[in-house]
Design a protein around this ligand. Structure first.
Ligand code: FAD
Length: 383
Protein backbone atom coordinates (compact mmCIF):
# COMPACT_ATOMS: atom_id res chain seq x y z
CA UNK A 1 0.00 0.00 0.00
CA UNK A 2 2.81 2.46 0.72
CA UNK A 3 4.68 1.87 -2.51
CA UNK A 4 4.18 4.59 -5.10
CA UNK A 5 5.31 3.98 -8.63
CA UNK A 6 6.52 6.55 -11.12
CA UNK A 7 4.59 6.80 -14.33
CA UNK A 8 4.46 9.52 -16.94
CA UNK A 9 6.79 11.68 -14.86
CA UNK A 10 4.28 11.88 -11.99
CA UNK A 11 4.20 9.55 -9.00
CA UNK A 12 0.82 8.18 -7.87
CA UNK A 13 0.98 10.61 -4.93
CA UNK A 14 0.78 13.56 -7.34
CA UNK A 15 -2.03 12.09 -9.40
CA UNK A 16 -5.69 12.82 -8.83
CA UNK A 17 -8.25 10.10 -9.45
CA UNK A 18 -11.83 11.38 -9.62
CA UNK A 19 -14.41 8.71 -8.88
CA UNK A 20 -17.86 9.79 -10.11
CA UNK A 21 -20.59 8.05 -8.10
CA UNK A 22 -20.13 7.02 -4.49
CA UNK A 23 -22.44 4.00 -4.56
CA UNK A 24 -21.24 0.51 -3.69
CA UNK A 25 -18.70 0.19 -6.48
CA UNK A 26 -17.49 3.80 -6.41
CA UNK A 27 -16.90 3.69 -2.66
CA UNK A 28 -14.92 0.46 -2.87
CA UNK A 29 -12.98 1.58 -5.92
CA UNK A 30 -11.97 4.79 -4.15
CA UNK A 31 -10.31 2.64 -1.45
CA UNK A 32 -8.41 0.66 -4.07
CA UNK A 33 -6.96 3.83 -5.66
CA UNK A 34 -6.25 5.52 -2.32
CA UNK A 35 -4.44 2.41 -1.08
CA UNK A 36 -2.01 2.87 -3.96
CA UNK A 37 -1.32 6.43 -2.88
CA UNK A 38 -3.42 8.36 -5.41
CA UNK A 39 -5.26 11.47 -4.29
CA UNK A 40 -8.84 10.29 -4.56
CA UNK A 41 -11.90 12.50 -4.77
CA UNK A 42 -15.38 10.99 -4.88
CA UNK A 43 -18.33 12.91 -6.35
CA UNK A 44 -21.73 11.70 -5.20
CA UNK A 45 -25.03 13.34 -6.06
CA UNK A 46 -26.83 12.10 -2.94
CA UNK A 47 -26.15 13.29 0.62
CA UNK A 48 -23.33 11.60 2.50
CA UNK A 49 -24.81 8.15 2.89
CA UNK A 50 -22.88 7.54 6.13
CA UNK A 51 -25.08 10.11 7.84
CA UNK A 52 -28.38 9.17 6.20
CA UNK A 53 -30.98 7.58 8.46
CA UNK A 54 -33.02 6.26 5.57
CA UNK A 55 -31.31 5.39 2.35
CA UNK A 56 -33.48 6.15 -0.63
CA UNK A 57 -33.23 4.11 -3.77
CA UNK A 58 -33.06 0.53 -4.62
CA UNK A 59 -32.87 -2.62 -2.59
CA UNK A 60 -31.66 -2.06 0.96
CA UNK A 61 -30.17 -5.51 1.33
CA UNK A 62 -28.05 -7.36 -1.18
CA UNK A 63 -26.55 -10.83 -1.29
CA UNK A 64 -22.76 -10.65 -1.14
CA UNK A 65 -21.10 -13.72 -2.64
CA UNK A 66 -17.61 -15.14 -2.76
CA UNK A 67 -16.34 -12.84 -5.53
CA UNK A 68 -17.64 -9.74 -3.76
CA UNK A 69 -16.08 -10.79 -0.46
CA UNK A 70 -12.69 -11.27 -2.08
CA UNK A 71 -12.80 -7.71 -3.41
CA UNK A 72 -13.66 -6.33 0.04
CA UNK A 73 -10.97 -8.36 1.75
CA UNK A 74 -8.16 -6.87 -0.34
CA UNK A 75 -8.80 -3.40 1.11
CA UNK A 76 -9.41 -4.69 4.64
CA UNK A 77 -13.20 -4.25 4.58
CA UNK A 78 -14.50 -7.81 4.45
CA UNK A 79 -14.76 -8.40 8.20
CA UNK A 80 -16.31 -5.00 8.82
CA UNK A 81 -19.11 -5.70 6.38
CA UNK A 82 -19.60 -9.41 6.90
CA UNK A 83 -19.85 -8.93 10.68
CA UNK A 84 -22.81 -6.60 10.06
CA UNK A 85 -24.52 -9.05 7.72
CA UNK A 86 -26.53 -12.21 8.15
CA UNK A 87 -25.11 -15.42 6.66
CA UNK A 88 -27.41 -17.24 4.26
CA UNK A 89 -26.40 -20.87 3.86
CA UNK A 90 -29.24 -22.04 1.67
CA UNK A 91 -32.27 -21.04 -0.31
CA UNK A 92 -35.66 -21.95 1.12
CA UNK A 93 -38.31 -22.70 -1.47
CA UNK A 94 -41.92 -21.98 -0.48
CA UNK A 95 -44.44 -24.13 -2.38
CA UNK A 96 -48.02 -23.04 -2.96
CA UNK A 97 -49.23 -25.41 -0.24
CA UNK A 98 -46.90 -23.74 2.30
CA UNK A 99 -44.26 -26.50 2.28
CA UNK A 100 -40.69 -25.23 2.69
CA UNK A 101 -37.69 -27.05 1.15
CA UNK A 102 -34.03 -25.91 1.48
CA UNK A 103 -31.61 -25.92 -1.50
CA UNK A 104 -27.98 -25.30 -0.43
CA UNK A 105 -25.70 -22.76 -2.11
CA UNK A 106 -22.58 -23.59 -4.19
CA UNK A 107 -19.54 -25.25 -2.72
CA UNK A 108 -18.94 -25.81 0.97
CA UNK A 109 -17.53 -22.70 2.61
CA UNK A 110 -18.81 -20.33 -0.10
CA UNK A 111 -21.66 -19.12 2.04
CA UNK A 112 -23.50 -16.15 0.65
CA UNK A 113 -23.83 -13.28 3.06
CA UNK A 114 -26.72 -10.92 3.20
CA UNK A 115 -25.35 -7.39 3.42
CA UNK A 116 -27.46 -5.19 5.55
CA UNK A 117 -29.42 -2.03 5.15
CA UNK A 118 -27.13 0.97 4.59
CA UNK A 119 -24.70 -1.34 2.82
CA UNK A 120 -23.24 1.54 0.79
CA UNK A 121 -22.81 3.41 4.07
CA UNK A 122 -20.65 0.58 5.34
CA UNK A 123 -18.47 0.53 2.26
CA UNK A 124 -18.17 4.31 2.56
CA UNK A 125 -16.52 3.90 5.96
CA UNK A 126 -13.39 3.30 3.83
CA UNK A 127 -13.30 7.07 3.08
CA UNK A 128 -11.91 7.93 6.48
CA UNK A 129 -9.73 4.80 6.63
CA UNK A 130 -8.02 5.82 3.37
CA UNK A 131 -8.18 9.60 3.56
CA UNK A 132 -10.53 9.98 0.62
CA UNK A 133 -12.16 13.31 -0.10
CA UNK A 134 -15.95 13.10 -0.63
CA UNK A 135 -17.86 15.82 -2.47
CA UNK A 136 -21.51 15.30 -1.60
CA UNK A 137 -24.12 16.15 -2.54
CA UNK A 138 -22.42 16.96 -5.88
CA UNK A 139 -23.95 15.94 -9.16
CA UNK A 140 -21.48 15.60 -12.02
CA UNK A 141 -22.97 17.08 -15.17
CA UNK A 142 -20.35 16.67 -17.85
CA UNK A 143 -17.09 14.98 -18.63
CA UNK A 144 -14.51 17.01 -20.55
CA UNK A 145 -11.63 15.15 -22.06
CA UNK A 146 -9.90 18.01 -23.82
CA UNK A 147 -9.87 21.77 -23.46
CA UNK A 148 -11.77 23.52 -20.72
CA UNK A 149 -15.46 23.74 -19.91
CA UNK A 150 -17.16 27.07 -20.52
CA UNK A 151 -16.87 28.21 -16.92
CA UNK A 152 -20.59 28.07 -16.18
CA UNK A 153 -20.07 25.27 -13.68
CA UNK A 154 -17.31 24.39 -11.24
CA UNK A 155 -14.74 22.13 -12.81
CA UNK A 156 -12.07 19.79 -11.57
CA UNK A 157 -9.14 18.30 -13.43
CA UNK A 158 -8.05 14.77 -12.75
CA UNK A 159 -5.47 12.37 -14.13
CA UNK A 160 -8.06 9.61 -14.30
CA UNK A 161 -11.84 9.71 -14.19
CA UNK A 162 -13.57 6.56 -13.00
CA UNK A 163 -17.26 6.39 -13.88
CA UNK A 164 -19.09 4.48 -11.15
CA UNK A 165 -22.30 6.43 -11.55
CA UNK A 166 -24.66 3.54 -12.06
CA UNK A 167 -26.89 2.24 -14.84
CA UNK A 168 -27.85 5.72 -16.10
CA UNK A 169 -24.29 7.01 -16.06
CA UNK A 170 -23.52 10.60 -16.99
CA UNK A 171 -19.91 9.66 -17.69
CA UNK A 172 -21.00 6.99 -20.19
CA UNK A 173 -22.83 9.70 -22.19
CA UNK A 174 -19.43 11.02 -23.26
CA UNK A 175 -18.58 7.55 -24.60
CA UNK A 176 -21.79 7.48 -26.64
CA UNK A 177 -20.63 10.46 -28.66
CA UNK A 178 -17.53 8.59 -29.82
CA UNK A 179 -17.05 6.36 -32.83
CA UNK A 180 -16.81 2.58 -32.38
CA UNK A 181 -18.49 2.58 -28.98
CA UNK A 182 -20.96 -0.30 -28.69
CA UNK A 183 -23.95 0.14 -26.45
CA UNK A 184 -27.19 -1.73 -25.86
CA UNK A 185 -29.90 -1.56 -23.24
CA UNK A 186 -32.88 -3.84 -22.75
CA UNK A 187 -35.73 -3.34 -20.32
CA UNK A 188 -37.42 -6.55 -19.29
CA UNK A 189 -41.23 -6.73 -19.02
CA UNK A 190 -40.97 -7.42 -15.27
CA UNK A 191 -40.87 -4.85 -12.50
CA UNK A 192 -40.19 -5.24 -8.78
CA UNK A 193 -41.75 -4.01 -5.60
CA UNK A 194 -40.44 -4.25 -2.02
CA UNK A 195 -42.50 -5.15 1.06
CA UNK A 196 -41.43 -5.51 4.68
CA UNK A 197 -42.12 -8.56 6.82
CA UNK A 198 -41.98 -7.45 10.47
CA UNK A 199 -40.56 -9.50 13.39
CA UNK A 200 -42.92 -11.70 15.42
CA UNK A 201 -42.51 -11.24 19.19
CA UNK A 202 -39.09 -9.69 18.59
CA UNK A 203 -37.88 -12.60 16.45
CA UNK A 204 -37.60 -13.21 12.72
CA UNK A 205 -40.95 -14.28 11.23
CA UNK A 206 -39.19 -17.02 9.20
CA UNK A 207 -35.87 -18.85 9.48
CA UNK A 208 -33.25 -16.12 9.09
CA UNK A 209 -30.25 -17.86 7.50
CA UNK A 210 -31.97 -18.47 4.18
CA UNK A 211 -32.83 -16.67 1.02
CA UNK A 212 -36.57 -17.37 0.96
CA UNK A 213 -38.05 -17.87 -2.51
CA UNK A 214 -41.63 -18.29 -3.69
CA UNK A 215 -41.22 -19.35 -7.36
CA UNK A 216 -44.47 -19.07 -9.31
CA UNK A 217 -43.29 -19.19 -12.95
CA UNK A 218 -44.22 -15.71 -14.25
CA UNK A 219 -44.21 -14.30 -10.71
CA UNK A 220 -41.64 -14.71 -8.00
CA UNK A 221 -41.16 -13.34 -4.53
CA UNK A 222 -37.92 -13.48 -2.54
CA UNK A 223 -37.16 -12.41 1.05
CA UNK A 224 -33.80 -11.50 2.58
CA UNK A 225 -33.23 -11.03 6.31
CA UNK A 226 -32.20 -7.70 7.90
CA UNK A 227 -30.34 -7.08 11.15
CA UNK A 228 -33.45 -5.53 12.73
CA UNK A 229 -35.17 -8.94 12.39
CA UNK A 230 -37.37 -7.84 9.51
CA UNK A 231 -37.30 -9.41 6.07
CA UNK A 232 -37.34 -7.38 2.88
CA UNK A 233 -39.61 -9.18 0.43
CA UNK A 234 -39.21 -8.39 -3.26
CA UNK A 235 -42.03 -9.26 -5.63
CA UNK A 236 -41.03 -9.66 -9.30
CA UNK A 237 -43.87 -9.59 -11.78
CA UNK A 238 -44.68 -8.35 -15.32
CA UNK A 239 -45.77 -4.70 -15.34
CA UNK A 240 -49.05 -5.79 -16.99
CA UNK A 241 -49.87 -7.80 -13.88
CA UNK A 242 -48.88 -5.00 -11.48
CA UNK A 243 -51.26 -2.73 -13.36
CA UNK A 244 -54.18 -5.13 -12.87
CA UNK A 245 -53.93 -4.77 -9.08
CA UNK A 246 -55.48 -1.45 -8.16
CA UNK A 247 -57.17 -1.92 -4.76
CA UNK A 248 -56.33 -3.43 -1.39
CA UNK A 249 -58.80 -6.22 -2.09
CA UNK A 250 -57.05 -7.00 -5.39
CA UNK A 251 -53.77 -7.34 -3.45
CA UNK A 252 -55.35 -9.76 -1.00
CA UNK A 253 -56.89 -11.85 -3.75
CA UNK A 254 -53.56 -12.03 -5.56
CA UNK A 255 -51.63 -13.03 -2.41
CA UNK A 256 -54.32 -15.59 -1.49
CA UNK A 257 -53.79 -17.23 -4.86
CA UNK A 258 -50.00 -17.14 -5.10
CA UNK A 259 -48.38 -16.46 -1.71
CA UNK A 260 -50.95 -17.46 0.94
CA UNK A 261 -48.32 -18.38 3.58
CA UNK A 262 -46.83 -14.86 3.36
CA UNK A 263 -50.11 -13.07 4.21
CA UNK A 264 -50.08 -13.54 8.01
CA UNK A 265 -46.33 -12.87 8.07
CA UNK A 266 -46.49 -9.53 6.25
CA UNK A 267 -49.89 -8.65 7.75
CA UNK A 268 -53.15 -7.91 5.95
CA UNK A 269 -53.20 -4.17 6.68
CA UNK A 270 -49.53 -3.69 5.82
CA UNK A 271 -49.97 -5.58 2.56
CA UNK A 272 -52.95 -3.49 1.52
CA UNK A 273 -51.11 -0.19 2.08
CA UNK A 274 -47.40 -0.96 1.47
CA UNK A 275 -48.16 -2.49 -1.89
CA UNK A 276 -49.17 0.97 -3.18
CA UNK A 277 -46.48 2.99 -1.40
CA UNK A 278 -44.13 3.08 -4.42
CA UNK A 279 -44.74 2.13 -8.03
CA UNK A 280 -43.07 -1.05 -9.32
CA UNK A 281 -39.49 -0.36 -10.43
CA UNK A 282 -38.11 -1.23 -13.87
CA UNK A 283 -35.11 -3.50 -14.51
CA UNK A 284 -32.62 -2.93 -17.28
CA UNK A 285 -29.71 -4.86 -18.76
CA UNK A 286 -26.92 -2.69 -20.20
CA UNK A 287 -23.88 -3.79 -22.15
CA UNK A 288 -21.19 -1.64 -23.67
CA UNK A 289 -17.64 -1.77 -24.97
CA UNK A 290 -14.95 -0.49 -24.71
CA UNK A 291 -14.95 0.48 -21.04
CA UNK A 292 -12.30 3.17 -21.48
CA UNK A 293 -11.34 6.31 -23.38
CA UNK A 294 -7.60 6.59 -24.00
CA UNK A 295 -5.70 6.83 -20.71
CA UNK A 296 -8.26 9.20 -19.21
CA UNK A 297 -11.51 7.56 -18.32
CA UNK A 298 -12.86 4.14 -17.37
CA UNK A 299 -16.30 2.75 -16.46
CA UNK A 300 -16.91 0.22 -13.69
CA UNK A 301 -19.93 -1.32 -11.94
CA UNK A 302 -23.44 -0.74 -13.27
CA UNK A 303 -22.30 2.16 -15.47
CA UNK A 304 -20.39 -0.43 -17.52
CA UNK A 305 -22.70 -3.42 -17.09
CA UNK A 306 -26.09 -3.22 -15.42
CA UNK A 307 -27.56 -6.73 -15.17
CA UNK A 308 -31.02 -7.99 -14.31
CA UNK A 309 -30.99 -9.13 -10.66
CA UNK A 310 -31.85 -12.81 -11.09
CA UNK A 311 -28.40 -14.03 -10.13
CA UNK A 312 -27.79 -11.52 -7.38
CA UNK A 313 -24.44 -10.79 -9.06
CA UNK A 314 -24.64 -7.10 -10.07
CA UNK A 315 -22.82 -5.63 -7.10
CA UNK A 316 -20.55 -8.66 -6.83
CA UNK A 317 -19.46 -8.26 -10.47
CA UNK A 318 -18.87 -4.54 -9.85
CA UNK A 319 -16.72 -5.36 -6.82
CA UNK A 320 -14.81 -7.86 -8.93
CA UNK A 321 -14.14 -5.08 -11.49
CA UNK A 322 -12.11 -3.35 -8.74
CA UNK A 323 -9.93 -6.41 -8.13
CA UNK A 324 -9.35 -7.04 -11.84
CA UNK A 325 -8.38 -3.40 -12.41
CA UNK A 326 -6.06 -3.49 -9.40
CA UNK A 327 -4.28 -6.59 -10.69
CA UNK A 328 -3.78 -4.99 -14.09
CA UNK A 329 -2.40 -1.90 -12.35
CA UNK A 330 0.33 -4.15 -10.91
CA UNK A 331 1.02 -5.84 -14.24
CA UNK A 332 1.28 -2.52 -16.11
CA UNK A 333 3.14 -0.47 -13.49
CA UNK A 334 0.19 1.89 -13.02
CA UNK A 335 0.62 3.22 -16.56
CA UNK A 336 -2.95 4.21 -17.43
CA UNK A 337 -2.27 4.11 -21.18
CA UNK A 338 -1.57 0.38 -20.86
CA UNK A 339 -3.90 -0.43 -17.95
CA UNK A 340 -7.14 0.91 -19.44
CA UNK A 341 -7.13 -1.01 -22.76
CA UNK A 342 -6.03 -4.16 -20.98
CA UNK A 343 -8.88 -3.76 -18.50
CA UNK A 344 -11.37 -3.52 -21.39
CA UNK A 345 -9.79 -6.54 -23.08
CA UNK A 346 -9.97 -8.71 -19.98
CA UNK A 347 -13.18 -7.51 -18.40
CA UNK A 348 -15.72 -6.95 -21.19
CA UNK A 349 -16.18 -10.66 -22.07
CA UNK A 350 -16.63 -11.67 -18.42
CA UNK A 351 -19.12 -8.90 -17.64
CA UNK A 352 -21.08 -9.65 -20.81
CA UNK A 353 -21.24 -13.30 -19.78
CA UNK A 354 -22.65 -12.38 -16.39
CA UNK A 355 -25.25 -10.14 -18.09
CA UNK A 356 -26.20 -13.00 -20.45
CA UNK A 357 -26.45 -15.53 -17.64
CA UNK A 358 -28.65 -13.20 -15.60
CA UNK A 359 -30.90 -12.64 -18.61
CA UNK A 360 -30.92 -16.32 -19.47
CA UNK A 361 -31.94 -17.13 -15.96
CA UNK A 362 -34.76 -14.62 -16.15
CA UNK A 363 -36.06 -16.25 -19.35
CA UNK A 364 -35.48 -19.77 -18.02
CA UNK A 365 -37.38 -18.91 -14.90
CA UNK A 366 -40.45 -17.86 -16.83
CA UNK A 367 -40.37 -20.60 -19.44
CA UNK A 368 -39.62 -23.73 -17.45
CA UNK A 369 -40.66 -25.51 -14.35
CA UNK A 370 -39.24 -24.13 -11.13
CA UNK A 371 -36.94 -27.01 -10.25
CA UNK A 372 -35.05 -26.71 -13.52
CA UNK A 373 -34.37 -23.03 -12.92
CA UNK A 374 -32.88 -23.69 -9.52
CA UNK A 375 -30.70 -26.50 -10.78
CA UNK A 376 -29.28 -24.19 -13.41
CA UNK A 377 -28.77 -21.43 -10.90
CA UNK A 378 -26.88 -23.76 -8.63
CA UNK A 379 -24.44 -24.61 -11.42
CA UNK A 380 -23.64 -20.95 -11.97
CA UNK A 381 -23.25 -20.21 -8.27
CA UNK A 382 -20.48 -22.79 -8.30
CA UNK A 383 -18.43 -20.96 -10.95
P1 FAD B 1 -25.20 2.35 -8.00
O1 FAD B 1 -25.44 1.54 -6.79
O2 FAD B 1 -26.34 2.70 -8.89
O3 FAD B 1 -24.47 3.69 -7.52
C1 FAD B 1 -24.26 4.77 -8.40
C2 FAD B 1 -24.05 6.02 -7.55
O4 FAD B 1 -23.71 7.12 -8.41
C3 FAD B 1 -25.30 6.44 -6.77
O5 FAD B 1 -24.94 6.63 -5.43
C4 FAD B 1 -25.73 7.75 -7.45
O6 FAD B 1 -26.32 8.64 -6.55
C5 FAD B 1 -24.42 8.28 -8.01
N1 FAD B 1 -24.55 9.12 -9.20
C6 FAD B 1 -25.27 8.85 -10.32
N2 FAD B 1 -25.10 9.82 -11.23
C7 FAD B 1 -24.23 10.72 -10.69
C8 FAD B 1 -23.66 11.94 -11.15
N3 FAD B 1 -23.91 12.41 -12.37
N4 FAD B 1 -22.82 12.62 -10.33
C9 FAD B 1 -22.52 12.14 -9.10
N5 FAD B 1 -23.04 10.98 -8.60
C10 FAD B 1 -23.88 10.29 -9.40
N6 FAD B 1 -26.41 -7.20 -6.73
C11 FAD B 1 -25.82 -8.18 -5.99
O7 FAD B 1 -24.60 -8.39 -6.10
N7 FAD B 1 -26.54 -8.93 -5.10
C12 FAD B 1 -27.89 -8.78 -4.95
O8 FAD B 1 -28.51 -9.48 -4.14
C13 FAD B 1 -28.55 -7.80 -5.77
N8 FAD B 1 -29.87 -7.64 -5.66
C14 FAD B 1 -30.49 -6.68 -6.43
C15 FAD B 1 -31.87 -6.54 -6.34
C16 FAD B 1 -32.53 -5.60 -7.11
C17 FAD B 1 -34.02 -5.49 -7.01
C18 FAD B 1 -31.78 -4.75 -8.00
C19 FAD B 1 -32.46 -3.72 -8.84
C20 FAD B 1 -30.39 -4.87 -8.08
C21 FAD B 1 -29.74 -5.85 -7.31
N9 FAD B 1 -28.34 -6.02 -7.37
C22 FAD B 1 -27.75 -7.01 -6.65
C23 FAD B 1 -27.52 -5.15 -8.24
C24 FAD B 1 -26.86 -4.01 -7.45
O9 FAD B 1 -27.84 -3.23 -6.79
C25 FAD B 1 -26.04 -3.12 -8.39
O10 FAD B 1 -25.25 -3.90 -9.25
C26 FAD B 1 -25.12 -2.19 -7.60
O11 FAD B 1 -25.88 -1.32 -6.80
C27 FAD B 1 -24.24 -1.39 -8.56
O12 FAD B 1 -23.44 -0.51 -7.83
P2 FAD B 1 -22.84 0.78 -8.53
O13 FAD B 1 -22.05 1.45 -7.46
O14 FAD B 1 -22.17 0.42 -9.81
O15 FAD B 1 -24.11 1.65 -8.94
Amino acid sequence: GDVTMESGGKSSKDKVVAVVGGGLVGALNACYFARRGFQVEVFESRDDIREAKIVRGRSINLALSHRGRQALSRVGMEEKIVSKGIPMHSRMIHSLNGKQSPIPYGKKGQVTVCVMCRNAGLVCSGYSMYNIWLWSPTHVLLLWLEGRPDGSAQSLQADLIVGCDGAFSTIRKQFLRRSRFNFSQTYIPHGYLELTMPPVAGEFAMKPNYLHIWPRNTFMMIALPNLDKTFTCTLFMPFDEFEKITTGDDVMEFFQEYFPDAIPLIGVEALKTDYFRLPAQAMVSIKCSPYHINDKCVLMGDSAHAVVPFYGQGMNAGFEDCIVFDEIMDQCNEDFSAVLPEYTRVRVPDDHTIADLAMYNYVEMRAHVNSKWFLFRKKVDDI
